[in-house]
Design a binder for this molecule. Structure first.
Ligand code: FES
Ligand SMILES: [Fe+2]
Length: 416
């Protein structure tokens, strides 16, 4: 087949069917992006941080979900709670720091309270308002503390101590119901003993969040990763099975990584996570943009915060066991960072790939087909994970991923 003219370039190549490709506009269109925030991201559970980042009562962390500012705090009863980080008075953001503790006072903050610096209203760790400055003088009996608590958010600590928050008060599912069995492959390993974050970095990447999720959920791109080819690409690698779950989640099945095949690397056997066979590698891709990646001795968790059609903030956490000795911790960090740290073997390769993908799908480019049509018995180079994700995406968005101008049902009818 010779190179194609403009018309041919836009056509579906070969015998690929609807559902086996998506339209590039879903990665670049501003309207679609805004819709995703409202229809999807405001209605799902998001693992905003890990409980070890809120080690003691009064520890807090601030995040955003779908542009809404959120604060999570540990109460004096040790419970972790989540609130909108918005003052009920005139809407100031209550806490601006990314993390810290309310235990000690600051020039504009009372000890053991969340204090809004604007007019000094104070809130306890349960989100109750406990002080309105010069309340009686200004409000007489028309407003008091009980009328102006913070907006609490549903929050669960689950799966190895992650703090899950949703903006949707009416969400039908618990986190476990939402995950639909996708954590079965690693739950025993995550819950055997307390975990602790040993690595954190975040990066703002010029790509659509779905491109990052795609690269986490397809392994055909291991051609990009020299390390993965050298330590995998044997019979057991090619037999790895993908498994799909309701709600758009996917597992990538395990196999034994041959770390010794890569010069300078060593077996992860000694520090394997509890219940994980030596040097094995389990992975969960959760709809719409979180990834739990357990590779021998280290757990990596990616959380995406979509910032624009071509911009995503990704937070990367590395976790080990809280009971690690300092030497064990150092070894885990080395194992984690040598592959996934900012200067690791694989991470920058993925980042270059998704950024250059996005650069060809900018808002001015002609739309084209992005192919997800590999079938190999749902094994590792089968693109079933992406197909499963985009089918779910289509339902939430009521858009057909292969032609986002069609509703989901119109697309289905066309595909039939
Ligand atoms: S805006 Fe928070 S106290 Fe006024
Ligand atoms: Fe990769």
């Amino acid at each position: 087949m010779p190179a194609r003219n403009q018309q041919q370039w836009k056509e579906v190549p070969g015998k690929l069917k609807p559902g086996e490709y998506v339209d590039s506009r879903i990665y670049s269109d501003k309207k679609i992006f805004e819709e995703e925030l409202v229809k999807i991201w405001k209605n799902v559970w998001v693992p905003v941080c890990h409980e070890s980042e809120l080690d003691k009562p009064y520890d807090f962390r601030t995040v955003t979900i779908s542009r809404e500012p959120v604060i999570v705090v540990r109460g004096t009863d040790n419970q972790v709670r989540a609130f909108l980080n918005v003052c009920p008075h005139r809407g100031n953001m209550i806490e601006n720091r990314p993390s810290g503790s309310f235990e000690n006072g600051t020039p504009s903050g009372a000890p053991k309270h969340m204090t809004c610096m604007f007019h000094a209203w104070q809130f306890d760790m349960k989100g109750n308002c406990v002080h309105i400055s010069r309340s009686k003088e200004g409000y007489q009996d028309r407003l008091d503390c009980k009328d102006v608590g913070l907006r609490r958010l549903r929050c669960e600590v689950k799966y190895g101590g992650f703090v899950w928050v949703t903006l949707n008060d009416k969400i039908e599912h618990s986190v476990e119901e939402w995950a639909q069995g996708s954590f079965d492959c690693m739950q025993k390993a995550l819950d055997a003993e307390p975990l602790e974050v040993f690595h954190y970095h975040k990066a703002i990447i010029p790509c659509n969040y779905k491109l990052w999720h795609d690269t986490n959920s397809e392994f055909y791109h291991d051609y990009l990763h020299y390390h993965n080819r050298i330590t995998g690409f044997n019979d057991s690698y090619f037999a790895r099975q993908n498994k799909v779950f309701d709600n758009g989640h996917v597992n990538v099945g395990s196999f034994e990584v041959q770390y010794d095949n890569y010069e300078g690397f060593e077996s992860r056997e000694e520090l394997s996570f509890p219940h994980l066979p030596a040097n094995h590698w389990e992975m969960i891709d959760l709809f719409p943009g979180m990834n739990f990646n357990l590779r021998g001795s280290a757990l990596r968790v990616d959380l995406m915060t979509p910032l624009g059609p071509d911009k995503v903030m990704i937070e990367y956490r590395g976790l080990g066991l809280k009971s690690d000795t300092p030497e064990e911790r150092l070894t885990r960090q080395r194992h984690h960072n040598s592959i996934w740290g900012p200067f690791g073997r694989n991470l920058h390769e993925d980042l270059i790939a998704v950024s250059t993908q996005q650069s060809t799908m900018n808002e001015w480019a002609d739309e084209r087909r992005i192919l997800h049509g590999r079938y190999e018995g749902e094994t590792i180079h089968d693109e079933v994970g992406m197909r499963h994700f985009y089918d779910e995406w289509g339902k939430w968005m009521d858009r057909w991923p292969g032609d986002p101008e069609l509703s989901y049902n119109e697309g289905l009818r066309k595909a039939a």
